[in-house]
Design a protein around this ligand. Sequence first.
Ligand code: DGL
Length: 267
Amino acid sequence: MIGVFDSGVGGLTVLKALLREMPAERFVYLGDTARLPYGTKSPETVGRYALQAAEALAGYGLKCLVMACNTASAVALPAVRAQLASLPVIGVIEPGAEAAADASTSGRIAVLATEGTVRGGAYQQAILRRRPEAQVYALPAPLFVALAEEGLGDGPIAEAVAHHYLDALFAPAAGAAPDTLVLGCTHFPMVAGAIRAAVGSAVRIVDSAETTARHVRAALRQAGLAQAGGQGGLRLLATDAPERFARIGARFLERPISEREVELIDL
Ligand code: DGL
């Protein structure tokens, strides 16, 4: 069983990519809907929440834990790894940073994320470790989280918000714009069309959900832990409001979720 943890429904974009990469694996996904959002909370609080969630998921007999939440990965990955010493724990920051460092020609790289992820500096550090000469611009874009959950990821509102966040860096008059942009938040693949419209077709957009799924697959194969065949499986857990999880989550997972599928747990 592979555990996947997020603050809520956003991590279902990561789960969707994982299911696509590894259809034979069994997954248990925990969305901490009672305490979301993590992106505006202090590192201490996010760290405490992440440790509780990781501990709960470890009880499901995992072979690997994926921290799908960028904010939790940014501030709590070392603590969760230390707590679950015997279990491989994979966050979303390193795979996204690696893909961006590889993709960029100019070394000018933008990262769009929550306030907490930007403040923690984890993407910036991870990119600079690989490309010390890089110029990294980390931008908080909290409105995208609400837009994605409202189902307003496409269209004029999302495009106006994308221009609001991105024009200072990407508009033609802004000078030498980044050539690569990392979607450093679980929700941002849902607004990728609006982001693409704002930055133009030449910018490489790195989806940290996709890069993480490929990374998890490679890590499991390398460790001899990959599931060879079978049907796979999925359990969905939430800490509050299963009906909302099912309704909003279906858009993120791109498949219907029935409320009965979502098990309510307490941490
Ligand atoms: N899952 C969070 C992230 O990827 C976004 C939502 C939240 O703020 O909890 O950073």
